[in-house]
Design a protein around this ligand. Structure first.
Ligand code: ADP
Ligand code: NI
Length: 216
C-alpha cells in the first residue's frame, strides 16, 4: 500500500480513537503499528498488509459494539475501499482483524497468514510488559472493576463463554490472559520480544503480593 494511503489511514484512525480511555486509544494503535513493522521487517514479510491491518485493527472493538465481531472488519474494509486499495489487500486486512482477538484460552487459533501472525504478535506484545500492566489497570478502572480481591478465585483456563462474561479484578486478568500471551506468540521475533515483557510482569506480580502481605 502506498505511503500516502498509510498516512491517511493513520490520520483517520487517530481521529476516530482519540480520547478513548479503555485501553484502545490511538497510542495503542500507534505502538502496534511500530511493533508490527519491526516484526514484519525482521521476519522478511511485506508490510503492505501488515501496516493497514495494524492501523485499523481496533477501530471498532466488538466489546464496545454489543459483541458484534463483524463491525471492525467491515469498517476497515469500507475505509480501504474508499482509498481504492486493491481488493486482495482489503480482504487480507479484514480477515486478519476478524481473527485477532483473544477470546479465552479455548479460542486462540493460529493466524492463517504470516502477515496475520506479525499483526497479532504486535497486538499481544502491547498487552504485556510495563505498557500491558498500565493498560490492564486503565481498562479495569474504566470498566469499574476492582484492582484486586483475594476472595475472587483465579481461573487460568477460561473458556470463550467465561472470558466474555468475566468481571474480575485486574490482578485476575494477568492470570486469565496476560501471562498466557507468551505461549501464543507465533513469530520468532515476537517470541523473543515477549520474554522480557513476560518476566517483567512476573516480577511485578511478585512485588505486588509481597507488598499486599506487608512483607516489604
Ligand atoms: P487488544 O487491544 O489486545 O485486542 P483487548 O481489547 O482484549 O486488547 O483489551 C484492551 C486492553 O485491556 C488490553 O491491554 C487487555 O489486556 C486489557 N483488558 C481486557 N480485559 C480486561 C479485564 N477484564 N481487566 C483488565 N484489563 C483488561
Ligand atoms: Ni489492539
Amino acid at each position: 500500500m502506498e505511503e500516502n494511503k498509510i498516512l491517511e489511514t493513520a490520520e483517520y484512525v487517530k481521529e476516530k480513537l482519540s480520547g478513548d480511555s479503555s485501553g484502545h486509544d490511538w497510542f495503542h494503535t500507534y505502538r502496534v503499528w511500530k511493533l508490527g513493522k519491526k516484526i514484519g521487517v525482521a521476519e522478511g514479510v511485506n508490510l503492505s498488509i501488515i501496516e493497514p491491518a495494524c492501523l485499523l485493527h481496533d477501530i471498532a472493538d466488538y466489546k464496545l459494539h454489543g459483541g458484534d465481531r463483524e463491525i471492525g472488519p467491515k469498517l476497515a474494509g469500507e475505509w480501504l475501499e474508499s482509498l481504492n486499495v486493491e481488493s486482495c489487500i482489503v480482504n487480507a486486512v479484514k480477515e486478519i482483524i476478524l481473527n485477532l482477538s483473544f477470546l479465552g484460552v479455548d479460542n486462540v487459533k493460529p493466524m492463517k497468514t504470516l502477515e496475520g501472525k506479525c499483526v497479532r504478535d504486535a497486538d499481544f506484545l502491547d498487552a504485556m510488559g510495563a505498557i500491558g500492566i498500565a493498560r490492564c489497570f486503565a481498562f479495569g478502572g474504566a470498566k469499574g472493576n476492582i484492582m484486586y480481591d483475594p476472595s475472587i478465585p483465579i481461573n487460568k483456563n477460561m473458556s470463550k463463554e467465561e472470558y466474555s462474561k468475566a468481571n474480575h479484578s485486574s490482578i485476575n486478568h494477568f492470570y486469565e490472559k496476560l501471562l498466557l500471551l507468551k505461549y501464543y506468540m507465533e513469530t520468532e521475533t515476537g517470541k523473543k520480544m515477549a520474554v522480557d515483557r513476560h518476566n517483567f510482569m512476573k516480577q511485578y506480580l511478585s512485588q505486588f503480593f509481597k507488598e499486599w502481605d506487608g512483607e516489604i
